[in-house]
Structures are given as structure tokens and as C-alpha cells.
Design a protein around this ligand. Sequence first.
Ligand code: HEM
Length: 237
Amino acid sequence: MRSIVKKSFMALTGIGLLGFLIAHLSGNLLIYAGPEKFNHYAEFLEANPLLVPAEIGLLVLFFYHIYLAITLTRENEAARPIPYQQRKTNGESTFASRTMIYTGTIILAFVIVHVYMFKFGAKKNNGQMVLWELVVENFKNPLVVAWYVIAMITLGFHLSHGTSSVLQSLGIIKSDWRGGSRTIGAIIGWAIAIGFALMPIYVIVVKPTGAPAFATSASSASALPAAAVPNEAGQPK
Ligand code: HEM
């Protein structure tokens, strides 16, 4: 496949992933609304018959995006006459554009840990959805919050350049207005990254209640005690 075609697919898969992130960020805003609303939303998603096809689609997009990134990076390396470190940038490249493969790798690591933590974490207790409690319990751990903030800074750089490239390669913004696509890319990329980063920061700073007071350390979130089950009045026992 020619590089130009690969770049177009890279842009298209990037748009799909950006769409997921915007939907995910919007849904996650319910964290601020408390356990009842957030857990209700999680149950609603789980009951939706479109969830599994959407997850498969997301997985395909994600891995195809990574495959294209690796092959394009290899092709660029092979076509480059002098090593990258010795080249002077001509003003066309930015820190974000030069580090896409590295920020992408950190995001991949983040997603693996993140999905393991929440998607496959102990989000049910005796059949009761306790996803809000699981998220809040994990975000009480400063190491988890630090990792999330670092990962979201990485995401900010990646999305800024990715969105700017999409705007250019799909011709949404004219190629002679590079500054414009960079600015819009940075606004969209950093808005999403900061939106996500504020969630763990909110939990560790505000310490929202409504979560059952787990007696043990944050790492015990995967084994929620029976006290996590709210009683009929919706209050933790
Ligand atoms: C810090 C903010 C974030 C919070 C609070 C959060 C929360 C969650 C939760 C609770 C789930 C489990 C949903 C469920 O099982 O019903 C989930 C799943 C997931 N998250 Fe996040 N997330 C955040 C950021 C991100 C970011 C930045 C990415 C990607 C770069 C991401 C990618 C995913 C993916 C791929 C899934 C699995 C979706 C599925 O299979 O349905 N999340 N997230």
C-alpha cells in the first residue's frame, strides 16, 4: 500500500478513535454526578446490544491505527538518508510531531492498564454495579493519579498533532494554513486531555463521598468488601 494511502487510513482511524474519546469523556462526566447516576449509566451501556459490536469496531480501529503507525515510521526511517538526531528541523516539525510513536506507545501502555483496571476490574458486587466506587477508590491513590496525569499530558501532545494532521490530510484546512490546523489541533487535543486529567485530580482533591468507606488500601479495590453494597435506601451499609 502506498504511503499516501496509509496516511489517509491513519487519519480516518484517528478520527474514529477521537470520536470514541469524545464520547467516553462525555459519559465519564457523570463521575461528578455521583455513584447513582454513573453506575446507572454503566448498567445502561452494559445492557446495550450495540456495545459488543462497538467494542470490536474500536479494537479493530485501535490496532489498525497502531499497525499503520509502525509501518509508516519504518518507511520514514528507511527513506531518511541521515539519522534523525543529526537533522536540523526546518520549522515544519514540532515536539508533538517528532514524538508521535513514543507518545503513542505510552498511550498503548495506559490503555492496557486502564482497561484491566476498570473494564475487567471488580465493577460488580453481588450483582450490583459499583463502577463509580471502583474508579473513585483507585483515584484516591496518588501514584495512580500521577500516572493518569502523565499519561494525559502524553495524550495531549499526541492528539494535538494527530488532530492537526487529520485537518490537513483530509483537506479540512488548507495546507498553506499550517498554523491554523496546529492551533485547532492543539485546542481539541488539550481540551480532551485536560478533561480526562481533571477526573482523577477531582477525586484526590475533593474526595467525593457516596463511595463506601473501604477499610483497606487503594490496591484492595479489586476485592470490594460487602460494605460496598448499598442498602435499599441507596446508602452504603
Ligand atoms: C481519566 C479519565 C478516565 C476515566 C475516569 C475512565 C473510566 C473508564 C471506565 C470506568 C471504564 C469501564 C467502562 C465499563 O466497563 O463500563 C473505561 C473503559 C475504557 N476506557 Fe476509560 N477512562 C478514562 C480515560 C480514558 C482514556 C484517556 C482512554 C484512551 C486513551 C480510555 C480508554 C478506555 C477504553 C478503550 C475502555 C474500554 C471500553 C469498552 O470496552 O467498552 N479511557 N474507562
